[in-house]
Design a protein around this ligand. Structure first.
Ligand code: NAP
Ligand code: G4F
Length: 343
């Protein structure tokens, strides 16, 4: 019998890589998707096999982290061996505009998932997508012992999820773990996170269809890794003998300005000629520096990332240049329309 995994957030960046990874390991994969008026499966369409086909191993189910009853019935019906809770309102700047919604989905939503596991009476291993944003203003390098000091409604919601996951482990003996992941990116990264915003702008500027891009704070420091490598770390946490919490990070430290330099230089461009400042991209409270120490994951899980931030920038620029060349006008339109109220 194939092992069965259930992924919330399967349509997101990490969910798509994790689904790919688990299918490659022979898992039957079930994903939770939100009903939308348009298709929202672009990141996993390449994995589609008609569910009527006997070879199909990937199945999607409508649901929402706001709907606890649905989560209980789905988990009771599917009885997965492993549950990966990746769904969230995951944008830090947007969490200042939508704090209540972020608290409900990114915070209480995790408790609804844990409760659904408990109430459906299944024996499953549970992964919670915790975040380096929880460390916030605590100085780097940050590891599993570092105090939390969240600086946004998103960070505070993730701290709640972290502790409720630990609480279900301690109170009910559940195999429930927190992966505390530092920033990880890819060509599938959401278009309004800073790395992807930059690499899309590079490709459009290089093609001569855009001249400049508006950004906020260029001084913040991040430890940017490659998402495809991080999902293996999630899986490894659920294969351990005992449940525990782990940091995943590269240990590298780059400013937004450094990322700009690497991305523009890779396309033969000088970023200083193309970047303008817009204060609406600033946050009411900023996280100045996140640099992770992942030695526990390396020693106990054997997890070692290989792609550093400079290589990641090149991978993302190349992918966006190719995407623009293939899609042409519709792709260019999405670059232009991105500034409609998004941050
Ligand atoms: P992402 O691309 O923004 O994906 C978020 C996913 O959550 C999407 O599939 C989204 O569905 C789904 N979702 C949002 N609200 C939902 C709701 N109410 N009910 C059900 N599903 C909902 O995020 P990501 O970068 O893949 O990150 C995955 C997880 O890791 C998130 O929890 C994030 O906070 C956390 N994390 C990310 C990073 C990072 O650097 N990427 C670092 C640390 C932690 P739609 O596609 O329909 O919007
Ligand atoms: O790309 P960002 O929006 O990512 P941020 O805030 O670090 O959050 C990401 O990583 C977290 C892990 O630490 C995740 F939990 C979270 O879900 C998300 O994936 O911003 C990075 C930095 C910030 O300091 C921001 O102020 O870039 C700065 N920045 C400068 N100009 C900008 C912009 N960020 C965005 N999104 N857009 C800008 O125009």
């Amino acid at each position: 019998m194939a092992r069965r995994a259930f992924i919330t957030g399967i349509t997101g960046q990490d969910g798509s890589y994790l689904a790919e990874f688990l299918l490659g390991k022979g898992y039957e994969v079930h994903g939770l998707i939100r009903r939308a008026s348009t298709f929202n499966t672009s990141r996993i369409n390449h994995l589609y096999v008609d569910p009527h086909d006997e070879a199909a191993q990937l199945f999607l189910h409508y649901g929402d982290l706001g709907d606890g009853a649905r989560l209980v019935s789905l988990l009771g019906e599917l009885r997965p061996d492993e549950v990966y809770n990746l769904a969230a309102q995951s944008h830090v700047r947007v969490s200042f505009d939508e704090p209540e919604h972020t608290g409900d989905v990114t915070g209480v939503g995790s408790m609804r998932m844990l409760e659904a596991v408990r109430m459906s009476g299944i024996h499953t291993r549970f992964y919670q997508a915790s975040s380096s944003e929880m460390f916030g203003a605590s100085p780097p390098p940050q590891n599993e012992q570092t105090s939390f000091w969240p600086r946004s409604p998103y960070g505070a919601a993730k701290v709640y999820s972290y502790w409720v996951t630990r609480n279900y482990r301690e109170a009910y003996g559940m195999f429930a773990v927190n992966g505390i992941l530092f920033n990880h990116e890819s060509p599938r990264r959401g278009e309004t996170f800073v790395t992807r915003k930059i690499t899309r702008a590079v490709s459009a500027i290089k093609a001569g269809v855009q001249d400049h891009v508006y950004l906020g704070n260029l001084d913040s420091v991040r430890d940017w890794g490659y998402a495809a490598e991080y999902v293996e770390g999630m899986w490894r946490m659920l294969q351990a003998d005992e449940p525990d919490d782990y940091v995943l990070a590269t240990g590298g430290s780059f400013t937004v300005r450094d990322f700009l330099t690497a991305a523009f230089a890779h396309a033969g461009l000088d970023w200083e000629k193309h970047v303008r400042f817009d204060e609406r991209y600033l946050r009411p409270a900023e996280v100045d520096a996140l640099v992770g120490d992942a030695s526990k994951a390396r020693e106990r899980l054997g997890w070692v990332p290989t792609v550093d931030t400079a290589e990641l920038a090149r991978i993302m620029v190349d992918a966006d240049i190719e995407a623009l060349a293939c899609a042409g006008r519709p792709w260019i339109d999405t670059v232009r329309l991105e500034s409609w109220g998004t941050k």
